[in-house]
Design a protein around this ligand. Sequence first.
Ligand SMILES: Nc1ncnc2c1ncn2[C@@H]1O[C@H](COP(=O)(O)OS(=O)(=O)O)[C@@H](OP(=O)(O)O)[C@H]1O
Ligand SMILES: Nc1ncnc2c1ncn2[C@@H]1O[C@H](COP(=O)(O)OP(=O)(O)O)[C@@H](O)[C@H]1O
Length: 233
Amino acid sequence: MRAEPFTRAKSQSSAASWRKSSASIVCSSNSKGVQLQETSVTKEDRQRLLHQEGCIVWLTGLSGAGKSTVAFTVDQILTSRGKLTYVLDGDNIRRGLCKDLGFSAADRQENIRRIGEVATLFADAGLITLVSFISPYKRDREIVRQMVPPGHFIEVFMNVPLEVCELRDPKGLYKLARAGVIKGFTGIDDPYEKPERPEISLQHVNEKGDPVSPDQMAWTVIRYLSDKGFLSG
Ligand SMILES: Nc1ncnc2c1ncn2[C@@H]1O[C@H](COP(=O)(O)OS(=O)(=O)O)[C@@H](OP(=O)(O)O)[C@H]1O
Ligand SMILES: Nc1ncnc2c1ncn2[C@@H]1O[C@H](COP(=O)(O)OP(=O)(O)O)[C@@H](O)[C@H]1O
């Protein structure tokens, strides 16, 4: 499929920006001399094919904050409405692509770097890409933000206090961390750096103190995506 000349000219800066981001995938110190392959099918071609625009919805927060629940709820709702989405989830990715990594600061950084590269490719392919990782370091999240065109990295802060996450403790990990069986657990004896200006901040209770359900949270994300035009094209 060929892009209309008008579309191609209009979109050059954003397409160039995506290409720049793809370049970072191949231009590590071990791949000097590898040249970036230009593509003839553009992001806009895919956008028109899918009637949506690819982006990264990055959910960050403590273990138990509800990242996976909200990501999969958004996934389900959008899929049922004919949108192409994909969830990259910490627990799943750590069984494959990142199974060699632990939870030291360096390993978490490498974890997020790899996920950032994959998420960038998925978003470039036109998918609404939902990413649910603790991603505790501001710097690592900002690096991913810079990899995509402005506005295409949507940081969603699961703004749920440690006490609430610890009460939920669905996997019993906080108990083990408090008992000293797990060392370096985020929020207990390892840092979590809150986002300063997330695009979306989700709290587990509303202004009246009533609980906010995963469905309500998911719709907040979906409304944002719709308002910004990612769900049409
Ligand atoms: N030390 C330590 N600290 C934090 N979390 C731990 C740890 N050890 C195991 N787990 C389990 O691993 C899940 C977090 O993996 P992530 O890949 O999202 O972490 S990170 O982004 O690299 O920090 C996290 O899953 P979620 O509860 O879904 O967040 C935990 O179940
Ligand atoms: N909005 C919510 N209100 C109440 N409980 C929730 C909400 N979102 C998630 N949960 C529950 O909290 C626990 C942790 O959710 P999960 O999505 O696994 O968190 P995370 O991926 O951040 O570790 C689960 O038992 C889930 O059912």
